[in-house]
Design a binder for this molecule. Structure first.
Ligand code: SAM
Length: 358
């Protein structure tokens, strides 16, 4: 179906290219609407509000607010209501659930981190690709020799990072902890367990397990004080450096979004420590965004791998690549399950000493 000049009709209007070129306009519209509190104001009003009312509540210009509200309507984040020629706005259900600060499934903190940190790092994506390394020095003026010292360059940054890590597990956590039946594993250690969001998903899915969150001392202290409550009695803490310190004994070690931060060499170093600490018959669960074996997708994992380049020392990998890292550390029996959401699960078993694989 070519045009009269023989050019395929699909090429006449580069819809995809235009969308890609302007994709950041959408991200920034969402970031600013959240930062200004548009969705929070509409949630607490419990009735549709006019642009004037919203602009006053968020302390912004009327003209700017009107344009922002129009764009949010176009993005299907806001509904409009017409009454005697007066226009008012309300949140769509998705906006209420995911874009307001107080919702239990809120992505507000992730959006804040995307806006204030990730967006700034991605400004240097071209340099990251050219140099093959992260761009913390250019973006924030801090050395990235020690990755987590750079990420946690202030206590405030550390808390923001922890909030970022926390929010996704309310949405994808149950799927990853139930991708395999983990009920045989009663003592679980969540290495780099951060805010404890995945630990909470484990204790709610498996009533008989206990989970120790192992993380750097200041992360553990913050997690204990601000993220994990006394009510989470089956969640404990262990301060340490997983590259340097002994690991606590456990039946199952969870490494969620840990290996994607590191080079293959460091991953094997860490997994070898896990293998030594793991009881025979025990296992390791990797939780990562898996790439297809031929690298053809999913797009989210492909983009996350670029994000790892810009921000860390690691990359996203395929299930076979994780299998190879696990095998290099001694785990012989590995399998993976896709969840259909962002994060997937890879399980590596440690043989029982006498009778082969469990
Ligand atoms: N597992 C959590 C999740 O998926 O939400 C957090 C993943 S975050 C990308 C990496 C975690 O590893 C952070 O909590 C960080 O503090 C921790 N971490 C980094 N280096 C560490 C080290 N050397 N020893 C212990 N924990 C470390």
């Amino acid at each position: 179906t070519g045009s009269s000049e023989g050019t395929p009709a699909a090429d006449a209007y580069p819809r995809k290219i235009l969308e890609y070129m302007e994709g950041f306009l959408i991200s920034k519209t969402v970031f600013s609407s959240c930062e200004l509190g548009v969705f929070d104001v509409l949630l607490s009003a419990e009735r549709p509000l006019s642009a004037e009312e919203i602009s006053q509540a968020i302390g912004a210009s009327l003209d700017g607010t009107q344009r922002l509200l129009a764009a949010c309507t176009g993005l299907q984040l806001l509904n409009t209501h017409q009454d005697d020629g007066r226009v008012s706005y309300s949140n769509t259900e998705q906006a209420s659930v995911y874009l307001t600060r107080t919702s239990p499934s809120s992505l507000y903190q992730s959006i804040q981190y995307s806006s204030r940190t990730i967006y700034l790092c991605w400004h240097y994506l071209t340099d990251a690709v050219r140099e093959g390394r992260n761009q913390y020095e250019k973006a924030f003026g801090v050395s990235s020799k020690d990755l987590f010292q750079a990420l946690y360059r202030s206590d405030e940054e550390m808390v923001k990072f922890m909030q970022l890590m926390n929010s996704i597990w309310n949405i994808c956590g149950k799927d990853v902890v139930t991708a395999f039946d983990l009920s045989p594993f009663k003592v679980i250690c969540d290495l780099g367990g951060c805010s404890g969001a995945l630990a909470k998903q484990c204790t709610s899915a498996y009533p008989e397990c206990t989970v120790a969150i192992f993380d750097l001392p200041k992360v553990v202290r913050t997690s204990r004080e601000h993220f994990v409550t006394e009510a989470d009695q089956r969640i404990g803490f262990h301060e340490g450096d997983f590259f340097k310190d002994p690991l606590p004994e456990a039946d199952l070690y969870i490494l969620a979004r840990i290996l994607h931060d590191w080079t293959d060499e460091r991953c094997i170093e860490l997994l070898s420590k896990v293998y030594k600490a793991c009881k025979p018959g025990g296992a390791v669960l990797l939780v990562e965004a898996l790439l297809h074996e031929d690298g053809s997708g999913p797009l989210t994992a492909q983009l996350y791998s670029l994000n790892m380049l810009v921000q860390t020392e690691g990359r996203e990998r395929t299930a076979a690549q994780y299998g190879a890292l696990l095998a290099a550390a001694g785990f012989t029996d590995t399998r993976h399950r896709l969840t259909g959401k962002i994060y997937d699960a890879v399980l590596g078993l440690k043989e029982t000493s006498c009778c082969g694989n469990v």
